[in-house]
Design a protein around this ligand. Structure first.
Ligand SMILES: [Zn+2]
Length: 477
């Protein structure tokens, strides 16, 4: 994500070959989602997601756990889905609420819970053993708040980020059950294949994460079909006002969905930066990329093969490059964004720096970007030292432990940018780039632990001390 802040803007064992419900012979393919959903033109999306889960966790699982991100927008949610700083821009028509209702579940006994009604737990009759599959189906109704946020009826468009129940990621100690947080991106999920059918009133155009394979029009509606492989999420944006501009970046088709004149230039910057990152880090994993202007209180938000950019964004070019970089650092190489936000945000920031360094015509320089981040970080440190006596500058913190957008932006973006600059100075340009290429090829389609990132660099130079001093907060900037 790019903030609009002052910083820069299931106990039976399957008999092989014996088919019975919820337990199938071993297959090598991963998890698949089949989503069908219909938008009513107002504030309701009704849908069903069938999840064909493949247990690659190595453990027998008693249940499957899904995130219900839509419930973060309900009245009475434990924390606001929008930060205090962004509320005035986000709630353009005043207070508004949404929510996600689960109307039917097959494949196991269902229970909604978690810290903030954010988790759906489905318990099948039998455990799911390693390398077995289980298919569950969830029918849901998503009520959309009127809000310029990832999920909601925004100004000019309808944002369908995190719009369906998606499996929690499975970590070493179990399912990662993170509640929504107004700061940062609390979304952690593993890659899967998607087939999505979205039905909308026919006057809407649909921008989506996947490759559009068909559109059928009937009875005043249009049904769009999309496919996307190896993606950790799927998002869409609907609008009556989109103008579509296309470009090509090598084999990748770029689609820019514009709401205003300034949006047209985003197609070029997206194509240019995507080509640069392919050459610098490795191949982009999808056939298409969509950059979409929409009503968004933040500057931008990343999804696999799609980025939302605020139609009011004052630094849209910089934001677009940052969001394109997230296709490498978030979409392809996943990380635990809730506990280690600096990992993908820092890399997206530093990747943007690298792009602008090699494209001086945009007016950003390496020295200028580092200087801006350093000044902002020092100002934050000074203010927080005065406010709290001893500013906590540790980087590994749960999102909800940040005091707000200001602290989060300075730690996860600015300080992380400065850390990658220190690493580059220690390794030299060639080894620094090689480390990033190694990290990308090693962890594409996975969730990389911070240690994996550190190992990619420290295999090339003695740099453990740099990571330690920055992450633990000891370094003086
Ligand atoms: Zn970001």
């Amino acid at each position: 994500m790019k903030r609009a802040t002052a910083i820069i803007c299931a106990a039976a064992i399957c008999a092989a070959g014996t088919p019975f419900y919820g337990c199938a012979p071993q297959e090598s393919e991963g998890t698949k989602y089949r989503i069908t959903a219909a938008y009513d033109g107002g504030n309701t999306l009704e849908g069903r997601v069938e999840t064909d889960f493949y247990n690659d966790t190595g453990n027998a699982l008693d249940c499957l756990k899904f995130n219900l991100w839509g419930n973060a927008f309900r009245e009475g949610a434990a924390s606001s889905p929008v930060s205090e700083a962004a509320k005035a821009d986000a709630y353009y028509g005043g207070e508004s609420y949404g929510g996600m209702e689960i109307t039917a579940v097959t494949g196991g006994e269902a229970q909604t819970g978690g810290d903030d009604m954010n988790i759906l737990c489905i318990t099948p009759a039998e455990p799911i053993y390693p390398e077995q599959r289980l298919t569950v189906s969830i029918a849901f109704v998503l009520k959309l708040a009127n809000v310029n946020a990832r999920t909601g009826v925004a100004e000019g468009a309808v944002n369908l980020g995190n719009f369906y129940p998606v499996l929690c990621a499975y970590g070493g100690s179990g399912w990662l059950e993170y509640a929504y947080c107004p700061t940062g991106d609390p979304f952690v999920s593993q890659t899967a294949d998607y087939e999505v059918e979205l039905t909308v009133p026919e006057e809407f155009l649909v921008a989506a994460s996947g490759e559009q394979t068909a559109v059928n029009r009937a009875d005043g509606n249009a049904t769009y079909k999309f496919e996307l492989s190896g993606a950790r999420d799927f998002a869409a944006v609907l609008s009556r006002q989109f103008e579509v501009v296309t470009r090509q970046a090598g084999d990748v088709r770029i689609k820019c969905y514009c709401l205003n004149e300034s949006g047209r230039s985003l197609a070029d910057i997206a194509a240019e930066s995507l080509a640069y990152f392919e050459e610098t880090f490795g191949r982009y994993p999808y056939p298409e990329f969509s950059i979409v202007q929409t009503g968004l209180a933040q500057s931008g938000m990343e999804y696999p093969a799609l980025a939302m950019i605020s139609a009011d964004c004052g630094d849209a070019v910089y934001t677009a490059v940052h969001e394109v970089a997230h296709q490498w650092w978030y979409a392809a190489v996943g990380s635990d964004q809730y506990m280690h936000a600096w990992q993908d945000e820092g890399l997206a920031e530093y990747s943007a720096l690298m792009f602008f360094e090699s494209h001086p015509e945009y007016g950003f320089t390496r020295a200028g970007l580092i200087s801006t981040a350093t000044r902002a970080y020092r100002a934050y440190f000074s203010v927080y030292s005065q406010l709290f006596d001893d500013a906590d500058t540790g980087m590994d913190r749960a999102l909800c432990d940040f005091a707000g957008d200001y602290e989060y932006a300075n730690i996860a973006y600015n300080k992380a940018l400065i850390m990658f600059e220190a690493l580059r100075e220690a390794l030299g340009d060639g080894q620094f780039r090689a480390a990033l290429q190694s990290y990308y090829s090693s962890y594409s389609a996975s969730i990389a632990p911070p240690e994996g990132l550190m190992a990619a660099f420290c295999a090339r130079a003695d740099c453990e001390g740099i990571f330690e001093s920055f992450i633990q907060g000891k370094v003086i900037i």
